[in-house]
Design a protein around this ligand. Structure first.
Ligand code: SAM
Length: 215
Protein backbone atom coordinates (compact mmCIF):
# COMPACT_ATOMS: atom_id res chain seq x y z
CA UNK A 1 0.00 0.00 0.00
CA UNK A 2 1.27 3.47 -0.87
CA UNK A 3 2.16 5.74 2.06
CA UNK A 4 -0.01 8.81 2.53
CA UNK A 5 1.69 11.99 1.33
CA UNK A 6 1.20 14.43 4.22
CA UNK A 7 3.24 17.14 2.54
CA UNK A 8 0.72 17.45 -0.34
CA UNK A 9 -2.03 18.44 2.10
CA UNK A 10 -0.42 21.86 2.44
CA UNK A 11 -0.82 22.66 -1.26
CA UNK A 12 -4.33 23.78 -0.30
CA UNK A 13 -3.81 25.31 3.10
CA UNK A 14 -0.32 26.85 3.05
CA UNK A 15 -1.62 30.42 2.74
CA UNK A 16 -3.55 30.25 5.99
CA UNK A 17 -1.17 27.95 7.86
CA UNK A 18 0.52 30.59 10.05
CA UNK A 19 -2.81 32.17 10.88
CA UNK A 20 -4.28 28.83 11.98
CA UNK A 21 -1.33 28.07 14.25
CA UNK A 22 -1.32 31.54 15.81
CA UNK A 23 -5.08 31.55 16.20
CA UNK A 24 -5.13 28.19 17.91
CA UNK A 25 -2.43 29.27 20.35
CA UNK A 26 -3.77 32.80 20.77
CA UNK A 27 -0.49 34.32 19.59
CA UNK A 28 1.66 32.33 22.03
CA UNK A 29 3.21 30.00 19.49
CA UNK A 30 6.72 31.51 19.67
CA UNK A 31 6.66 31.43 23.47
CA UNK A 32 5.75 27.73 23.43
CA UNK A 33 8.55 26.94 21.01
CA UNK A 34 11.15 28.87 23.03
CA UNK A 35 10.07 27.11 26.22
CA UNK A 36 10.36 23.70 24.53
CA UNK A 37 13.79 24.44 23.08
CA UNK A 38 15.05 25.73 26.42
CA UNK A 39 13.82 22.56 28.11
CA UNK A 40 15.79 20.58 25.51
CA UNK A 41 18.81 22.70 26.50
CA UNK A 42 19.45 24.20 23.09
CA UNK A 43 22.47 26.51 23.33
CA UNK A 44 24.11 29.46 21.63
CA UNK A 45 25.97 28.48 18.42
CA UNK A 46 24.18 25.11 18.17
CA UNK A 47 23.15 23.50 14.87
CA UNK A 48 19.46 22.62 14.60
CA UNK A 49 17.71 20.35 12.15
CA UNK A 50 14.22 21.79 11.70
CA UNK A 51 12.45 18.65 10.45
CA UNK A 52 9.25 19.40 8.47
CA UNK A 53 10.05 23.09 8.99
CA UNK A 54 6.92 24.16 7.09
CA UNK A 55 6.59 27.93 6.80
CA UNK A 56 9.45 28.47 9.27
CA UNK A 57 7.41 29.17 12.38
CA UNK A 58 10.19 27.78 14.59
CA UNK A 59 12.94 29.98 13.13
CA UNK A 60 12.45 32.98 15.38
CA UNK A 61 12.45 30.86 18.55
CA UNK A 62 15.53 28.90 17.43
CA UNK A 63 17.42 32.04 16.38
CA UNK A 64 16.73 33.69 19.73
CA UNK A 65 18.75 30.91 21.38
CA UNK A 66 21.45 29.88 18.88
CA UNK A 67 22.29 33.38 17.64
CA UNK A 68 24.01 34.30 14.39
CA UNK A 69 26.84 31.81 14.82
CA UNK A 70 24.41 28.92 15.11
CA UNK A 71 22.92 27.15 12.11
CA UNK A 72 19.51 25.86 11.04
CA UNK A 73 18.98 23.16 8.44
CA UNK A 74 15.35 23.41 7.41
CA UNK A 75 13.85 20.38 5.66
CA UNK A 76 10.39 20.12 4.14
CA UNK A 77 8.82 18.39 1.15
CA UNK A 78 6.24 21.06 0.35
CA UNK A 79 7.49 23.76 -2.01
CA UNK A 80 4.87 26.34 -0.97
CA UNK A 81 5.64 25.94 2.72
CA UNK A 82 9.37 26.12 2.05
CA UNK A 83 8.89 29.30 -0.03
CA UNK A 84 7.12 30.90 2.95
CA UNK A 85 10.02 29.82 5.16
CA UNK A 86 12.57 31.29 2.73
CA UNK A 87 10.66 34.58 2.65
CA UNK A 88 10.57 34.70 6.46
CA UNK A 89 14.33 34.15 6.59
CA UNK A 90 15.04 36.83 3.97
CA UNK A 91 12.76 39.37 5.69
CA UNK A 92 14.55 38.85 9.01
CA UNK A 93 18.06 38.67 7.58
CA UNK A 94 18.56 35.16 8.91
CA UNK A 95 21.49 34.10 6.75
CA UNK A 96 22.39 31.03 8.77
CA UNK A 97 19.60 28.81 7.38
CA UNK A 98 20.08 26.11 4.75
CA UNK A 99 16.88 24.94 3.02
CA UNK A 100 16.39 21.42 1.76
CA UNK A 101 13.29 20.50 -0.25
CA UNK A 102 13.02 16.79 0.30
CA UNK A 103 11.03 13.94 1.81
CA UNK A 104 12.40 13.30 5.30
CA UNK A 105 12.96 9.62 4.59
CA UNK A 106 14.98 10.42 1.47
CA UNK A 107 17.04 13.17 3.06
CA UNK A 108 20.79 12.73 3.24
CA UNK A 109 22.25 15.59 5.22
CA UNK A 110 25.94 15.92 5.74
CA UNK A 111 25.85 17.29 9.28
CA UNK A 112 26.18 16.32 12.92
CA UNK A 113 23.52 18.50 14.50
CA UNK A 114 22.99 19.25 18.17
CA UNK A 115 19.21 19.07 18.06
CA UNK A 116 16.47 17.79 15.75
CA UNK A 117 13.19 19.62 16.13
CA UNK A 118 9.89 17.97 15.17
CA UNK A 119 7.26 20.68 15.63
CA UNK A 120 3.61 19.98 14.85
CA UNK A 121 4.44 17.11 12.52
CA UNK A 122 3.75 13.87 14.41
CA UNK A 123 1.26 12.43 11.90
CA UNK A 124 1.43 8.71 12.32
CA UNK A 125 3.34 6.55 14.75
CA UNK A 126 4.84 4.18 12.17
CA UNK A 127 5.85 6.81 9.61
CA UNK A 128 7.15 9.30 12.15
CA UNK A 129 9.11 6.64 14.01
CA UNK A 130 10.87 5.90 10.71
CA UNK A 131 11.63 9.61 10.36
CA UNK A 132 13.14 9.71 13.85
CA UNK A 133 15.36 6.69 13.15
CA UNK A 134 16.48 8.21 9.86
CA UNK A 135 17.14 11.69 11.29
CA UNK A 136 19.15 10.19 14.17
CA UNK A 137 21.97 9.60 11.65
CA UNK A 138 22.36 13.37 11.29
CA UNK A 139 22.72 14.07 15.02
CA UNK A 140 25.94 14.24 17.04
CA UNK A 141 26.56 10.69 18.31
CA UNK A 142 25.98 10.44 22.05
CA UNK A 143 24.79 14.01 22.59
CA UNK A 144 22.40 14.93 19.76
CA UNK A 145 18.93 15.47 21.17
CA UNK A 146 15.39 15.28 19.79
CA UNK A 147 12.79 17.87 20.68
CA UNK A 148 9.12 17.33 19.85
CA UNK A 149 6.32 19.87 20.18
CA UNK A 150 2.75 19.02 19.30
CA UNK A 151 -0.90 19.22 20.23
CA UNK A 152 -2.64 16.79 22.54
CA UNK A 153 -6.11 16.33 23.90
CA UNK A 154 -6.30 18.13 27.27
CA UNK A 155 -7.12 16.07 30.35
CA UNK A 156 -8.48 18.97 32.42
CA UNK A 157 -11.79 20.91 32.19
CA UNK A 158 -10.82 22.16 28.71
CA UNK A 159 -11.63 18.68 27.35
CA UNK A 160 -15.35 19.55 27.69
CA UNK A 161 -15.08 22.40 25.19
CA UNK A 162 -12.28 20.95 23.06
CA UNK A 163 -14.63 19.08 20.72
CA UNK A 164 -16.76 22.07 19.61
CA UNK A 165 -13.71 24.34 19.36
CA UNK A 166 -11.84 21.82 17.23
CA UNK A 167 -14.86 21.16 14.98
CA UNK A 168 -15.08 24.90 14.40
CA UNK A 169 -11.40 25.01 13.45
CA UNK A 170 -11.73 22.01 11.16
CA UNK A 171 -14.80 23.39 9.35
CA UNK A 172 -13.92 27.05 9.23
CA UNK A 173 -10.20 26.92 8.66
CA UNK A 174 -9.86 23.58 6.94
CA UNK A 175 -7.34 22.47 9.58
CA UNK A 176 -6.31 18.85 9.18
CA UNK A 177 -6.77 17.93 12.86
CA UNK A 178 -9.90 16.82 14.61
CA UNK A 179 -10.50 15.88 18.22
CA UNK A 180 -10.04 12.15 17.57
CA UNK A 181 -6.58 12.76 16.05
CA UNK A 182 -5.52 14.41 19.28
CA UNK A 183 -6.52 11.52 21.52
CA UNK A 184 -3.15 9.85 21.61
CA UNK A 185 -0.48 9.21 24.18
CA UNK A 186 2.68 11.14 23.25
CA UNK A 187 4.77 9.52 25.97
CA UNK A 188 3.84 6.07 24.68
CA UNK A 189 4.46 6.85 20.99
CA UNK A 190 7.39 9.27 21.21
CA UNK A 191 8.71 8.83 24.74
CA UNK A 192 9.25 5.12 24.17
CA UNK A 193 11.83 5.93 21.46
CA UNK A 194 13.96 8.00 23.83
CA UNK A 195 16.31 7.49 26.79
CA UNK A 196 14.87 9.10 29.94
CA UNK A 197 12.56 11.44 28.01
CA UNK A 198 11.62 14.70 29.61
CA UNK A 199 7.93 15.58 29.17
CA UNK A 200 6.04 18.77 29.89
CA UNK A 201 2.65 20.11 28.90
CA UNK A 202 1.52 23.70 28.74
CA UNK A 203 -1.19 25.93 27.32
CA UNK A 204 -3.89 24.34 29.46
CA UNK A 205 -2.56 20.86 28.79
CA UNK A 206 -3.20 21.09 25.04
CA UNK A 207 0.45 21.31 23.91
CA UNK A 208 3.29 19.07 25.00
CA UNK A 209 7.00 18.93 24.51
CA UNK A 210 9.19 15.86 24.83
CA UNK A 211 12.94 15.77 24.53
CA UNK A 212 15.66 13.19 24.86
CA UNK A 213 18.26 11.15 23.01
CA UNK A 214 17.24 8.19 20.94
CA UNK A 215 17.53 4.72 22.51
C1 SAM B 1 1.86 20.98 10.33
S1 SAM B 1 3.22 21.46 9.35
C2 SAM B 1 4.40 21.89 10.61
C3 SAM B 1 5.38 22.91 10.15
C4 SAM B 1 6.32 23.44 11.21
N1 SAM B 1 7.18 22.41 11.75
C5 SAM B 1 5.57 24.13 12.31
O1 SAM B 1 5.78 23.79 13.47
O2 SAM B 1 4.79 25.03 12.00
C6 SAM B 1 3.86 19.93 8.76
C7 SAM B 1 4.91 20.06 7.68
O3 SAM B 1 5.43 18.76 7.43
C8 SAM B 1 5.75 18.67 6.07
N2 SAM B 1 5.84 17.26 5.67
C9 SAM B 1 4.88 16.32 5.74
N3 SAM B 1 5.34 15.14 5.32
C10 SAM B 1 6.64 15.32 4.98
C11 SAM B 1 7.67 14.47 4.49
N4 SAM B 1 7.45 13.18 4.26
N5 SAM B 1 8.89 15.00 4.25
C12 SAM B 1 9.13 16.31 4.48
N6 SAM B 1 8.19 17.17 4.96
C13 SAM B 1 6.97 16.68 5.21
C14 SAM B 1 4.61 19.41 5.38
O4 SAM B 1 4.97 19.81 4.09
C15 SAM B 1 4.38 20.57 6.34
O5 SAM B 1 5.10 21.71 5.96
Amino acid sequence: MQQKNFAEEYDKSYKKYDFIVQFFQLGRDRKHRIKSLQLAQLKKNDTVLDICCGSGLSFSAIQSIIGKEGKIIAVDANKHMLDLARKKAAKNNWNNIVFIECDINKSNINVQADLALFALCWYDCKICTEWVRHVNHFLKPGTGIFCFIDYKYPQNWIRHIANPVLSLLVKWLGEAYNAEDLKWNPMQEIGSLLINPSYKTFYLDSIFTINGRMK
